[in-house]
Design a protein around this ligand. Sequence first.
Ligand code: BG6
Length: 297
Amino acid sequence: MSVQETETEVILTHPDNKATTVKILKYGATVYSWTLAGQEQLWLSTAAHMDGSKPVRGGIPLVFPVFGKNETDELLSKLPQHGLARNSTWEFLGQTKSNPPTIQFGLNKNIANPEMTKLWSEEFNLILTIELGADFLKTAIEIENPSTSKDLKFNWLFHTYLRIPDIEDTMISNLVGMKVHDKLLQEAFIDKHPVIQFHQETDVVYEKVTEERVVQVVRQGHPLHTVKRDNLPDVVVWNPWTEKSGNMADFEPKSGFKEMVCIEPGYVTDFVTLQPGKKWNASQILSKDKLKYQAIQ
Ligand code: BG6
């Protein structure tokens, strides 16, 4: 059976290889494990809360309707950092395709975490589609504004924690020449480094990166991960390094920052403004793929 549902999670197994699986917690519709032929591709903290008491530290938490902590928007500033999708229990809508196994989860105002909808009471319908390919994982989001009179204003982001052997010999490629906003320096500049390397805490947002730019996590000349994006122009690159991870109670082991890097495709520099009755779609595809070098233009 390629789809198994329990009270708290859903597990997909690829029909051609039973060691290719994806596991999704209904809480947050959080993908918390993805194995390709037996090899785990995502990082998950050993102290992650898996009981719905806190967003999951690791896997692919979903960020909606606000990225980070908004201080200025009249409505969105009331929500906690990264919004309400990662701390709401989603409804499992079932399987839509058998090969590659594909399933859907839904979230709307009526079933979302009431602590959050008290703070932000807009109407929304989200459908998350998860497709487990033999050699890829696709996560796609559809956002509908069901209101008949009001625009829906939001950010979306897949907060993907990728597993890597060692942050110190890992590079991120194909973002050269892009405008980057460094959240720690609070400065924006054009990044001329041919690749991104990590020596300290990194928290940057590459802005309006064209879809042709395929972000790759490269080690010893081979891509460990390839991230393709559709309608997600911004790419956040995050590694908390020693001090920040040391201060996060749910980040374990403390040396775990060496084995993860977040590549987070999103729509976060601007807000999407969706008119009444309209829908918006976006997706990310994770795979290994071949090395592709895209130089500065
Ligand atoms: C990243 C942000 O997307 O998420 C960082 O750019 C933030 O600033 C990180 O620290 C983790 O956020 P949280 O809320 O899961 O601790």
